[in-house]
Design a binder for this molecule. Structure first.
Ligand code: SF4
Ligand code: SF4
Length: 297
């Protein structure tokens, strides 16, 4: 059978993405652009006064840019930061809950800096509806945060989701979110998109369940599994519940166990902000103020 053409390019794409390749993170930089303020679900560890905790850390609020400002900023950063290989949208809310801003921004970036890879991070609720747009824009890396594949577990993480104006709660919300996440993952993986799954390790809620998540997402074609420790946003439900972050050893043990299950496990995630710029671990956003970026090329 003839090998699909995208298969041969995947290794090259992985080798230039600082999150997908531990080696690449020493040489290649990423830039997150905060153009997506709204969200369509509630996670119990999140407080929407801060950045989306699925791909970043709470305690900070990224200044939201318009697509025009984002284009200006990307052009300016690309001219100065030679290591830039990836531009992503990860918040501060859910990029696909803001599809116009997100896709308008990506379309502008492909024109301004055609040689960078595009990366999108989402909770996955509306992913299946956006697959065509993702393919057309040439987005090759998508991260989905999947914390559970069992609605019983997911109910303790997500109190509600809103889809097409309808609010779902409890088990119904959990079932809808999980089915959409897995559908989106499967659709993208079949089309050759590199899908990373993020899971947040929440002691007492999904710690025992994450091996099952890993097995399921591997089955559906995920390239990489990134488990990060719970960081509880101030004012969130989990703070009120008195939940605690896992100990470093718990995370290490779990990563080890998932790796033995055959899944490629990311171990160098830095839980970056939704506006982070630079090598992983660096945050050089303040080195590139929007005011200093020229309006026209
Ligand atoms: Fe917060 Fe992100 Fe969850 Fe939305 S998806 S509630 S922004 S952590
Ligand atoms: Fe990469 Fe983790 Fe930072 Fe996302 S939060 S850009 S996966 S290092």
């Amino acid at each position: 059978m003839k090998q699909p053409s995208w298969l041969s390019s995947q290794a090259e794409e992985i080798s230039r993405h600082p999150c997908y390749s531990e080696e690449a993170h020493r040489f290649y930089a990423r830039m997150h652009i905060p153009v997506a303020p709204a969200c369509n679900i509630q996670c119990n560890y999140c407080n929407r006064k801060f950045d989306c905790v699925n791909e970043s850390r709470p305690g900070v609020v990224s200044e939201v840019l318009t697509p025009e400002q984002a284009e200006r900023k990307v052009r300016g950063v690309a001219a100065q930061l030679m290591q830039l290989s990836v531009v992503g949208i990860a918040g501060p809310g859910d990029p696909l809950a803001n599809p116009e801003q997100t896709f308008d921004t990506f379309a502008r970036i492909t024109k301004v800096v055609p040689d960078v890879s595009l990366c999108l991070s989402t909770n996955g609720l509306t992913l299946y509806r956006n697959v065509d747009e993702i393919i057309q824009l040439g987005i090759r890396h998508v991260t989905i945060t999947i914390n559970a594949v069992d609605p019983e577990v997911a109910q303790a993480i997500y109190p509600w989701v809103v889809d097409e104006g309808v609010r779902y709660e409890g088990r119904e919300a959990a079932e809808l979110l999980i089915s959409r996440q897995l559908l989106g993952l499967e659709m993208l993986a079949k089309l050759g998109i590199l899908v990373k799954v993020n899971s947040i390790l929440i002691p007492g809620v999904n710690d025992h369940h994450l091996p099952a998540v890993s097995a399921r997402v591997q089955e559906l074609g995920a390239t990489l599994h990134n488990v990060t420790p719970l960081i509880i946003a101030p004012g969130s439900q989990y703070e009120a519940d008195g939940r605690k972050a896992p100990r470093p050893k718990e995370l290490l043990n779990l990563q080890e166990r998932l790796g033995k299950g055959g899944m490629k496990v990311m171990r160098h995630c830095r839980q970056c902000r939704a506006d982070a710029i630079g090598l992983l671990g660096q945050d050089r956003n303040s080195d590139f103020p929007l005011e200093a970026m020229e309006a026209e090329p």
